[in-house]
Design a binder for this molecule. Sequence first.
Ligand SMILES: *Cc1c(COP(=O)(O)O)cnc(C)c1O
Length: 392
Amino acid sequence: MINSFHPPVRTLMGPGPSDVNPRILEALSRPTIGHLDPAFIEMMDETKVLLQYAFQTSNKLTLPISAPGSAGMETVFVNLLEPGDKVIVCQNGVFGGRMQENVERCGAIAIMVEDEWGTTVDVNKVEQALKDNPDTKALAFVHAETSTGVRSDVETLCALARKFDCLSIVDAVTSLGGIELRVDDWGIDAIYSGTQKCLSCVPGLSPVSFSERAAEVIRDRNSKVQSWFLDLNLVMGYWGSEAKRSYHHTAPVNSLYALHESLIILKEEGLENAWLRHELNYRAFAAGIESIGLSFVVDAEYRLPQLNAVSFPDSVDDATVRSALLNNYSLEIGAGLGTLAGRVWRIGLMGYASNKKNVLFCLSALANVLSSTGLQVDASKAVAAAEAIYSV
Ligand SMILES: *Cc1c(COP(=O)(O)O)cnc(C)c1O
């Protein structure tokens, strides 16, 4: 007999999805209506306005793609690129590599600028690559590299793209709602994000935004976009602002209720307050981690407050610790990816999950599990170090 599925109640402190605010789950369960119902279309329009707020942009071409962050990534590349185009792709972790895949699958040429995993994108190397390749159409990079916990300097990289007259493409899947991000002020041309990281919404949608310059490139293409589903010239027949909306695909109606609610929650808190909250909880968490002798992979200057890559002594078995956390505490943290697999944990403090309760819970659970494996660590010490940050 197969019964209804009732998931265990977890605390999600991995690289995503993050804990979903119950208000969002409640919104998700409201009655489904038609995807062309006037009431639904009104909600779609509000969602676009709320996304403009989250992205800090007045870009008209701002909407959620009906699929996860990876589809937002693909939307940006397939719409902007044509065969033979040259793109400089910065890679300092997993997601830059996926950008390269996307560029090459568009028949375009990826010029790679590679940096060590765990370090920020080197602006000087990017400038040299732009000088060496004056026919570059776009510069693509990841704002918040979730595989390593590194932040890159979007403002400087976008200014470089402008200086060399090319478009900037930014992966903001893990940054939106968690750290400072200003699409218009920083001159970002194309950006994509996801719902399940710092927006703490259900997985499965990908907000995107394009500058007027980028929108023109899409309108003036010589060839058809290779993907029918992601072709924005067609999608905008449904998501555009013309009075007459027409069917393109059936929107994930209830998931969009959830996104709408998550953006209202973000607006109520205030974007800047959300950034500050992520920063404070990270500082408390870091104090706790360091007090028990664990360390961070990334230099303090470039760390993401929402994704902490923590390294541990060789004597500790990665998988044993993570399963003990899951089985005994119902707490999920992430494993290392790629070159960092087996060497670090990725501990997320994203969106709704970035709170004092989770910080203290994770520190004490982790310290208890580590001491049960024979390491000399003291949970109360970790908790006290974190509490000290909160009480300043
Ligand atoms: C999670 C993530 C993605 C992919 O998003 P999905 O929703 O898993 O498809 C892309 N880029 C970065 C930086 C991410 O962290």
